[in-house]
Design a protein. Structure first.
Lengths: 528, 318
């Protein structure tokens, strides 16, 4: 259906090829997952398949691309548009129209379909993606999941049989993501479409895919076995458990793992936070935020203790970010109070707030503005009036030593986050607010962030982290608050919120069915 | 959403046409009153027809820019004051004479005349009127649908323009986000932070434009069907000639001194547009699902633009 023969790809100005000597073939109706660490070239691989690389990205390509038995090497994306559909990470950035219907027919208009044919295909594809009731709606009214459905539908409307998707679920909450992945599976298995998906959160899709393509950092690409994951630190919990307990063959499906565990359960240790104190570090009372007519946050009250990590979970648009910004004082707060040791952050100046609490926004890199790591670190020392290199000490404790001459924009997403944490903590803030810190992080970076947060907790810092990444929350949180439609709907311990029978059980709790067992690290003998 | 008359009742082309006509009128008119009327109508149009959409968030920015231009122009006249003995003094400031070491000394401040002040204000208002007219179009019309509703003859040029138009609102929303984030680091604002703001904002804007362009290309935009390369080149060339001659021609007419030349240039432009359409229609490469139906509202905007343009050509605003 679509194949790469001996393909190598390199960007200008880099010595190391992004991809080297790739040979891959995808069959009709195959649902394939492409994964690899951040920056490994998996998005490049996807873009080669429809000509976006090198035509949009630059770089040089050798080898050949074969679609439907034809050698189409060197074709531009619009020449492959009738055969290959492409879906981006953020659907709203790729929309061309105002309404759903207009968006769906856009591709067909470009390809010169007749009006009757368009009406026909429109009906079919809307039915396929179950978006018939949305056809006349403006695109900006849709939820994230609905937008992604529309983006998929418009990539397939002209009858394309190959669908490429670049992290389509990264901006979605778990429910919406699961729905989209289910849709992709049925497109492949029931309708024979070749679906090739780049995805970070392997646990969301691993059970459903037919094949796995792994792109290593050295540009080598392999297709096939799950054993590969271990070597590349791409370990979703189910595979981690499987390798730790030496199940042979390696299990990727939760039901299978469940029966394996039932046959031979291991002992495990419950989660305890030995650093938690009785002191309340922050008390949020009756917090309300409204924008014009919209009530984004209504009457939210909770406490965070010293040395406690609290996760704020909820769907996209449920008000998580608004809560964090309202607490920090820089965002809008309609009413309500926040009590800390030094008073309400809202009444403090921006500089004074940094001694009390600090917020790391979704795009942490926005906070970096100097030209080298060394400049950022020394500017921060100067700001905090330290003579010693205090900031680099924090930074190194989080991520290890790095070349001081490196430009902050060249750091990986995980390293940027660590740098921002170091800069923001230099004034000694005891409360840390994190807004969706795991977006764009691979497993290794997520694990390292979790370690950093636990180290900060040990120092007695209190952390409030907004996230919808269940597995990450299970690694760090002591308590989970759930927010829906701006209201606090539950406040439970992490084991109750993410354990067996809860709304978002972790993979390990789904497998083991043991109340109180959430993560792999709790299992006896596990190295992690 | 209960309001009946919103910007999307008319096609984006109509809004841009009206905006450009208003800008032309502002450009040729010498009267402060006309400029004020244009500024006000642009603002009123924005207030009445505005919709809740990402591209309508840029209004504040255009308003700020317009205000800044007027104030700057007037201040300029006060600081670099050219004395006019016939003018009635409005502001009697002490004058300075600065010797730069070359040329005659520069006179600063001094008695500022009424004419100098109103002249400065009119100049500033003219620019403000142009800025607000463009601001009106870019906050009322979705830049992306503008791209869709452009005739295929002008596709290449239109796509470049659309991506450029799309940059401004995108940059404004990124700017807001980056500034909000930057406030988290404390620190009073300085030059260093300026540079630090510009980079992420530009990065965002370029990323978003590229990702839009990539998405359009992946869906078949830019296909040239079975036209030969030389014909495609011919179509591009003639569309370029059409746009260039039509705009230079209308400029010549508006300036008013070379009527014959103006009409001649416009005639060439019209011929070139027909040639472009002719070449492009040789291969049916694009179709439309819903033909563009011009609404009643479009007709109103068209008529308004035509009336304004005719009046400008006839010299009513001079």
């Amino acid at each position: 259906m679509i194949a790469l023969r001996d393909v190598s790809f390199g960007y200008a100005g880099t010595e190391r090829p992004a991809l080297s000597r790739v040979n891959l073939e995808f069959l009709p109706g195959e649902f394939s997952l492409v994964c690899g660490a951040t920056g490994s070239g998996k998005s490049t691989l996807l873009r080669i398949l429809n000509g976006l690389a090198p035509h949009f990205t630059g770089g040089s390509l050798s080898g050949s691309l074969i679609v439907d038995g034809q050698d189409v090497t060197g074709s531009k994306p619009h020449e492959l548009a009738s055969q290959v559909g492409f879906v981006n990470q953020q659907p709203e950035s790729s929309f061309v129209s105002d309404t759903v219907k207009q968006e769906l027919v856009y591709g067909m208009e470009q390809l010169g379909f007749t009006r009757e044919k368009m009406a026909d295909s429109l009906k079919q594809v809307a039915k396929l993606l179950e978006i018939e009731p949305l056809l006349d709606r403006p695109l900006s009214w849709l939820s994230g999941g609905q937008q992604q459905r529309v983006a998929i539908a418009s990539a397939l409307a002209a009858g394309q049989r190959i669908l490429l998707l670049d992290e389509p679920t990264s901006a979605l909450d778990p429910e919406a993501a699961a729905e989209i992945v289910g849709v992709l599976k049925s497109l492949a298995h029931e309708h024979g479409i070749t679906v090739i998906l780049v995805e970070h959160r392997i646990e969301r899709v691993i059970e459903l895919v037919d094949s796995v393509v792994i792109v290593a950092n050295d540009g080598l690409v392999t297709k096939g076995g799950y054993e590969q994951f271990e070597n590349y630190h791409l370990v979703p919990p189910v595979i981690g458990l499987s390798t730790e307990l030496s199940w042979n063959p390696i299990t990727v499906s939760v039901p299978e793992a469940r029966s394996n565990w039932a046959k031979n359960p291991k002992s495990w240790t419950p989660l305890v936070n030995e650093h938690l104190s009785e002191t309340v570090a922050m008390e949020v009372g009756n917090l309300c935020v409204s924008y014009d007519d919209l009530e984004a946050v209504s009457d939210v009250s909770f406490q965070v203790h010293t040395g406690e990590v609290v996760a704020l979970m909820g769907k996209n648009g449920s008000g998580k970010s608004s809560v964090l910004w309202a607490i920090q004082g820089g965002g809008k707060r309609t009413s309500g109070s926040v009590k800390t040791q030094f008073g309400d952050p809202k009444s403090l100046s921006a500089d004074e707030r940094l001694c009390v609490l600090t917020l790391v926004p979704q795009k942490a890199a926005d906070l970096l503005f100097l030209n080298s790591l060394a400049d950022e670190l020394s500017e921060s020392d100067k700001f905090a009036q330290l003579t010693e290199s205090g900031t680099s000490k924090i930074f190194e404790s989080l991520t290890g030593r790095l070349d001081p001459k490196i430009h902050p924009r060249d750091l990986s997403a995980g390293q940027q986050l660590a740098l921002v944490l170091a800069l923001q903590l230099i004034k000694g803030a005891g409360i840390l607010l994190l807004d969706e810190p795991t977006r764009g992080l691979d497993y290794a970076a997520k694990k390292s962030l979790a370690k950093q947060i636990r180290a900060l907790r040990k120092e007695g810092k209190s952390v409030l982290v907004a996230s919808h990444d269940v597995e990450f929350v299970a690694l760090v949180a002591d308590r989970v608050l759930e927010i829906a439609g701006g209201k606090l709907v539950s406040d439970k311990s992490a084991t109750a919120a993410l354990g067996v029978g809860s709304a978002h059980p972790t993979q390990i709790s789904q497998i083991t069915g043991e109340p109180g067992l959430l993560t792999l690290s709790q299992v006896e003998g596990a190295s992690r | 959403m209960a309001r009946q008359f919103t910007a999307s009742k008319a096609s984006p082309v109509s809004w841009w046409l009206l905006a450009i006509t208003m800008a032309i009128v502002a450009g040729v008119s010498q009267s402060a009153l006309t400029q004020i009327v244009i500024c006000l109508s642009a603002l009123v149009a924005i207030l009445i027809f505005r919709e809740e959409a990402p591209w309508s968030r840029s209004v504040k920015f255009y308003l700020f820019l317009a205000g800044f231009v007027v104030i700057a122009r007037v201040l300029f006249r006060i600081v670099f004051n050219i004395q006019n003995p016939e003018d009635t003094t409005a502001l009697d400031l002490p004058g300075f004479s600065v010797n730069l070491g070359f040329g005659p000394p520069v006179e600063l401040f001094g008695a500022v005349g009424i004419q100098a002040l109103t002249g400065g204000a009119t100049d500033g208002l003219r620019l403000a009127a142009i800025i607000l007219s463009i601001g009106m179009a870019s906050s009322l019309a979705n830049p992306r649908t503008l791209l869709k509703s452009t005739p295929s003859a002008l596709y290449e040029i239109a796509s470049a323009i659309s991506v450029a138009i799309n940059l401004a609102p995108q940059m404004i929303s990124s700017l807001q986000r980056v500034q909000k984030a930057r406030s988290l680091r404390g620190r009073s604002k300085g030059l260093g932070s300026m540079a630090g703001t510009v980079i992420p904002v530009l990065e965002d804007a370029i990323d978003s434009s590229l990702s839009l362009a990539a998405s359009m290309d992946s869906r078949g935009f830019g296909r040239r069907g079975d036209l030969s390369k030389s014909l495609v080149l011919g179509a591009r060339l003639s569309s370029l000639i059409a746009v260039a001659f039509l705009s230079i021609g209308s400029f010549a007419l508006l300036v008013g001194q070379t009527q014959v030349l103006g009409w001649a240039l416009i005639a060439v432009g019209i011929v070139a547009s027909f040639a472009t359409i002719r070449i492009n229609s040789k291969s049916q490469i694009r179709t439309r699902f819903e033909p563009v139906k011009l609404q009643f509202f479009d007709a109103v905007l068209f008529a308004l633009s035509a009336a304004l343009l005719t009046a400008a050509i006839l010299g009513w605003f001079a």
